[in-house]
Write a protein that binds this ligand. Structure first.
Ligand code: SF4
Length: 190
């Protein structure tokens, strides 16, 4: 596909972003406010080049196991917040999770993502035991955890048990915005 190059200083800024992987805040704003479809296409082409340099044309799939929809929190936007009485709650036991991984492995998955609400049932000990179980069953596979905010010692224990990655979403950098998404018991500072 042929990309139309945007005008002068926009193209130069986009080239610099592709090369240095960073710009000043003002320069990002400058690009975001440009509004020229030619710049959008040019930036997308640069992003595609970078992606293909690293991953080629391969597609990486992750086996996502939603293992509990219990959550002690009450984020206003979330379907599984604790005050939603209409949510049908479930949690999988360790054997269920290991059986999901075995099935996923057979289908070709080599990364398993364990994702759930902040469910107090899944103590650090239980998570450690599950991670160890998966790693024992599938030593070559990566395990990603996405089980919410925990203490630093917990993250260390998960890592020591074999977890490779942890997904933790940073929702907003604005305290006011955070306050509009969560009840007062949840902490922006944390
Ligand atoms: S902590 Fe996560 S799962 Fe729990 S209510 Fe908030 S967004 Fe939903």
């Amino acid at each position: 596909m042929t990309e139309t190059k945007p005008d002068g200083v926009y193209a130069e800024t986009a080239d610099r972003l592709a090369r240095d992987r960073d710009l000043s805040d003002e320069e990002f704003v400058f690009l975001l406010q440009c509004g020229d479809p030619a710049l959008d296409g040019y930036l997308a082409a640069k992003a595609r080049e970078a992606r293909e340099r690293v991953y080629g044309k391969d597609v990486y799939l992750r086996g996502l196991i939603e293992f509990t929809n219990y959550c002690k929190n009450d984020c206003y936007y979330c379907g599984i917040r604790r005050s939603n009485k209409n949510a049908r709650r479930y949690r999988l036991g360790k054997e269920d999770i290991l059986s999901c991984c075995a099935e996923g492995y057979g289908l070709g998955f080599r990364t398993f993502v364990l994702q759930g609400g902040e469910d107090p049932y899944f103590t650090d000990d239980r998570i450690v035991s599950i991670v160890e179980g998966i790693k024992k069953q599938h030593p070559g596979c990566a395990v990603t955890l996405s089980v919410g905010e925990r203490e630093k010692e917990s993250f260390q224990r998960f890592y020591d048990a074999g977890a490779d990655r942890y997904l933790l979403r940073h929702e907003t950098a604005s305290k006011d915005h955070y306050g509009s998404l969560h009840p007062g018991e949840m902490s922006f500072e944390r």
